[in-house]
Design a protein around this ligand. Structure first.
Ligand code: GLV
Length: 439
């Protein structure tokens, strides 16, 4: 592990945009291995897509299938957001306010979606966000996501709110990014950082937008809690979703009662329990001094997730953080928080040499390209991949990655760019500018 690996500074981009560490990928023939993958991806015949997945044509197609497959409590937890859902809805709406300004008559016949971040090459400029309780989307859901990410050569961050020990996900799934929720307690922080390092992770993502849990009324209405409390509602929902109850939950329980494994250096409470045990500690005491503590201890790449304010990006840069992740937690925390797409340009301007990662509201390849154009170095998605896992396991996630990658690649051609690093600010504008100015 090398904490300096991501600090080389962004490479030159067009129109004021830069792409972290991607300068060597601005020509497809400079990255032959990845370019070859991208070309193969472009030409993948439909026959290679398993028959049962051929009806899924876009990421949004997975959600209805997941909704049918999952008990209400679980689907509601994944799909829901905080209070009025304003931020979750604004995250999507923000993309509609941005329009493309494509270049034409560029030779784009040798285009590649290959992307670089922290000195690693990936197949696409997107990855999988950390998501709580992914292990209940399908059997060993965290592993399904990690294996799909590894097979498709994209990054994936495992969530602290998971029921599989992080050591197993690193060993069996090849996971390299771990997302932590930490209390403002140095001893617990250091113990967790050391555990993550021992397991072989190279990227530590600290989520900073959860000083307290968001107000998710939908969870109360459906009867969802962590741990899950046995109740008539839960039993009824289990009976009406036998495939999930047997294939996912039953199979999981057969291996022993799962626990919240990664909230702390020590194992947390069981996932199914009558008593509502909250082992989160005083997360509201977490502060910049703890960021400094982690930076001193952790030798790998260090990312702060949930940054929306340019001032926070400056604070992070001053403390040697490698990247800020612009996110409002998919609208699940502070309802009314600015859509990350709108926050992106100012955070990018404040980020200096740090990479800028982005999530919240991304559903299409066009969304990925808009975020890149507005300053993201790499884009992440959560719910769509979880719904793909619920619908069809690892294969479903791989198919989702392929669909999104094909959209990115197709739209790059129509945008007139051959390399991801070429996507710049000049490729987008306000979708609804005034037709005429004031008279
Ligand atoms: C994360 O754990 C969440 O529920 O948003």
């Amino acid at each position: 592990m090398d904490g300096d690996v991501g600090r080389g500074g962004p490479g030159p981009g067009e129109g004021g945009a830069t792409r972290h560490d991607a300068s060597e990928l601005t020509q497809t023939d400079r990255a032959p291995g990845v370019a070859a993958i991208a070309t193969a991806e472009r030409r993948r015949p439909d026959a290679l897509v398993p028959r049962r997945l051929r009806g899924y044509l876009a990421l949004d197609d997975f959600e209805p299938a997941a909704r049918r497959r999952l008990p209400r409590q679980i689907y509601g937890y994944y799909a829901g957001a905080a209070e009025t859902d304003q931020s979750r809805d604004d995250n999507r709406a923000a993309f509609r306010r941005v329009a493309f300004v494509p270049d034409t008559l560029r030779d784009v016949s040798r285009r590649s979606t290959a992307s670089a971040l922290f000195g690693e090459r990936y197949r696409f400029p997107f990855g999988i966000s950390p998501m709580g309780l992914s292990g209940l989307a399908c059997f060993e859901g965290d592993l399904a996501l990690a294996r799909a990410a590894r097979a498709e050569a994209i990054p994936m961050a495992m969530s602290a709110t998971s029921i599989m020990p992080l050591e197993r996900l690193a060993a069996d799934g090849g996971a390299r990014w771990f997302q932590a929720y930490l209390p403002g307690e140095p001893a617990r922080i250091l113990a967790m950082v050391d555990r993550v390092e021992r397991a072989g992770f190279d990227t530590f993502v600290l989520t900073v937008d959860v000083p307290v849990p968001g107000n998710r009324e939908n969870n109360v209405r459906t009867g969802f809690s962590i741990p899950l409390r046995p109740s008539l509602k839960l039993l009824r929902d289990g009976l009406t979703h036998p495939r999930w109850s047997l294939g996912t939950f039953g199979r999981t329980l057969a291996g022993g009662m799962p626990h919240m494994e990664n909230m702390d250096a020590r194992r947390g409470p069981p996932i199914l329990s009558r008593d509502l045990v909250r082992a989160v500690g005083n997360r509201d005491g977490l502060s910049w001094e703890h960021v400094e503590l982690i930076r001193r201890r952790w030798r790998g790449r260090f990312v702060l997730k949930g940054v929306l304010a340019p001032g926070d990006a400056r604070e992070a840069a001053a403390r040697g953080v490698d990247a800020v992740w612009v996110s409002n937690h998919g609208g699940r925390q502070l309802d009314g928080a600015i859509a990350p797409l709108h926050a992106l340009p100012a955070v990018k301007a404040a980020a200096g040499g740090m990479a800028v990662l982005f999530d919240s509201g991304v559903r299409r390849g066009s969304d990925v390209l808009k975020a890149l154009a507005l300053g993201a170095d790499f884009v992440f998605l959560g719910r769509p991949f979880l719904f793909a896992a619920a619908a069809a396991g690892e294969e479903g996630v791989r198919h989702a990655v392929g669909l999104l990658g094909a959209e990115v690649e197709r739209n790059m051609a129509m945008l007139g760019v051959s390399a991801v690093a070429e996507v710049g600010r000049r490729h987008v504008c306000d979708a609804h500018p005034p037709l005429v100015g004031p008279g």
